[in-house]
Design a binder for this molecule. Sequence first.
Ligand SMILES: Cc1cc2nc3c(=O)[nH]c(=O)nc-3n(C[C@H](O)[C@H](O)[C@H](O)COP(=O)(O)O)c2cc1C
Length: 183
Amino acid sequence: MDKLKKIKLEKALTFLEPGPLLLVTTFDGKKNNVMTISWSMPMDFAGHFALCTGPWNYSFGALNKTKECVLCVPGADLLKTAVQIGMVSGEDTDKFKKFHLAAFPAACVKAPLLGGCVACVECTVERYLQAYGIFVLQAVQAWQNMSCADPRLVHAVGDGTFRADGEKFNFRRLMKAKLPPGL
Ligand SMILES: Cc1cc2nc3c(=O)[nH]c(=O)nc-3n(C[C@H](O)[C@H](O)[C@H](O)COP(=O)(O)O)c2cc1C
């Protein structure tokens, strides 16, 4: 018999937090910017991703205006920097300068690839679902960094703590019928 305890509704998300933690770059026509996002979700096998954010962030303006961004996936070695990035705004801070971030040109969008990340996914914005603060993105180009320092992905628990990827379980054979070509 499970020993179940009722918990506050606010705590529910600490069990459901998706991941991994992302650094989302934008270019508003004048300067590069980057924000930290823990609320994102793959929506299908066709490269649609959901990103939860809103007008209280400076990046929101660039996302709306340019309809472009790059989802950069930091490894565990970049976790502290990722948190610091999420604590200041591009409105008054050049985060690339402040955190000594490297920016590389992307292939299909004007927002940059972020140096040192495990992977970067260039995206265009398909729509913004205002009622829920959800951007629906379409991936247009993806990159994997084969030489990053620590490829473990990090996951926000939602309460200021984080987990890094640990043990890996391989159920590829069992899931074969559900896996699309290329995965
Ligand atoms: C660990 C962490 C996770 C965050 N996740 C989100 C998120 O999912 N959505 C969001 O809108 N803001 C999130 N934030 C807050 C933004 O990253 C933060 O407001 C950032 O300063 C916005 O930058 P900008 O004003 O330059 O766009 C997070 C911050 C941290 C530190």
